[in-house]
Design a protein around this ligand. Structure first.
Ligand code: NAD
Length: 394
């Protein structure tokens, strides 16, 4: 099959196996080149196939030399379709992990369900005994509630009043205004149900009751704050309410893990291009400007750089007390530096169609977006036939 990108709005419906493998190898190479992290040895990553979860798994395996179990929801190839990028990523990861002598177990299924939690517990018990780190990195537009069966949908909307902002169509490069109508109470409830902390708590409770959490185990979930220009839509909107819930869940989990000396953290990560972040209006324009400013200051970081810093300088550093006033780990520190934010804001206020390329790295954003699906990578010849069927151990 000759595989080219097919872009529909903010997603790409095809993925290239060799391109995805290259992207995974690049992250592995980065993790390998860093100082070894004296960290976890048996790790469960929930949401391990793309974005921050994949990078966490790579850092755990190649910088901390841990064995991992990854849980994700991806599709294999069919006669007519390529597999999803997360499928190809995981297959490439598994291959490299095995060569390095590390165990890499996979579960492909709905992490929100009770059945997948039970399957994971079973595998951990048989293969690892216990896990000493649980990374929770799910991002999903929907969740079937495991107890009520209700289908919950998450929306990205402001609360209380409409929000109008600049935005960009990444495909055409056209700037425009977008107005998001406020969410109603039920949309807020459902968004908290999908992206809040309930499922994280169910996972930790199930693992703990099954006795498969090691003494002193750590669990970490990911959150975002970002700049004031996105507050009405993100941090003070529906997703922000879900993140408030996730952060409050960390406090509850911390209390409940005390009996095993365990700890629960929320890490506030920086904005990066992932399948999830590209679906959020306004954010791609913000990231394009942010990238330009951070590159100019030599501060650029993608997922793997962020996750290495999380492991090496925060979770497994001697001084793990470096948290903010709400107890959150901040690896968005470089994004939120006052000099970075003031330059981003200045560009944001003055950006228009004419000065777009001077003020924002749109090409880099596009390249990273295509890269998520294994496209636009120098070493790959996209006119060559490639077998879309790639195996992994499930
Ligand atoms: P992503 O879309 O790249 O990854 C999501 C992962 O969740 C994938 O592995 C996917 O397979 C898995 N998944 C989704 N639904 C699932 C299901 N039902 N069962 C099993 N697996 C499922 O997302 P991301 O951007 O890496 O986001 C991960 C976390 O990081 C989220 O909490 C997000 O809010 C947070 N975060 C993201 C950014 C950013 O800029 N992207 C910034 C800060 C924090």
């Amino acid at each position: 099959m000759i595989i080219k990108p097919k872009i529909r709005g903010f997603i790409c419906t095809t993925a290239h196996p060799l391109g995805c493998a290259k992207q995974v190898q690049r992250q592995i190479q980065y993790a390998r080149e860093q100082k070894t992290v004296q960290g976890p040895k048996k790790v469960l990553v929930i949401g391990s196939s793309t974005g921050y979860g994949l990078a966490s798994r790579i850092v755990a395996t190649f910088a901390a030399k841990a064995d991992t179990l990854g849980v994700f929801f991806e599709k294999p190839a069919t006669d007519k379709r390529t597999a999803t990028a997360g499928w190809y990523n995981t297959a490439a990861f598994e291959q490299a992990a095995k060569v390095a002598g590390r165990v890499a177990l996979n579960i492909n299924g709905d992490a929100f369900s009770t059945a997948i939690k039970e399957q994971a517990i079973d595998l951990i018990r048989k293969q690892f005994g216990t896990v000493d780190l649980v990374v929770y990195s799910l991002a999903s537009p929907r969740r079937t509630h495991p107890l009520t069966g209700e289908s919950l949908f998450s929306v990205i909307k402001p609360i209380g009043k409409p929000f109008t902002s600049k935005t960009i169509d990444i495909n055409t490069g056209k700037l425009s205004q977008v107005t998001l109508e406020p969410a109603n109470d039920d949309e807020i409830r459902q968004t908290i149900g999908v992206m809040g902390g309930e499922d994280w708590e169910l996972w930790i409770r199930a693992l703990s009751e099954a006795g498969v959490l090691a003494n002193n185990a750590i669990t970490v979930a990911y959150s975002y704050i970002g700049p004031e220009i996105t507050f009405p839509m993100y941090r003070e909107g529906t997703i922000g309410k879900a993140k408030d819930h996730l952060e409050a869940t960390a406090d509850r989990l911390n209390a409940s893990l005390q009996n095993i000396g365990g700890r629960a953290f929320v890490s506030i990560n920086k904005a990066v291009v992932t399948q999830s972040s590209s679906a959020i209006p306004v954010v791609p324009l913000y990231i394009s400007i942010l990238y330009k400013v951070m590159h100019e200051k030599g501060l650029y970081e993608g997922c793997v750089e962020q996750m290495y810093r999380l492991f090496a300088d925060r979770l497994y550093a001697k001084d793990t007390e470096s948290v903010d006033e709400k107890g959150r780990i901040r690896i968005d520190d470089k994004e939120m530096r006052p000099d970075v934010q003031s330059e981003v804001l200045h560009a944001w206020n003055s950006i228009n169609q004419e000065n777009l390329t001077a003020l924002a790295n749109l090409d880099e954003y596009r390249q990273e977006f295509l890269g998520l699906f294994g496209f636009d990578i120098d070493e790959i010849d996209y006119n060559e036939e490639v077998n879309p069927e790639v195996q992994m151990t499930l």
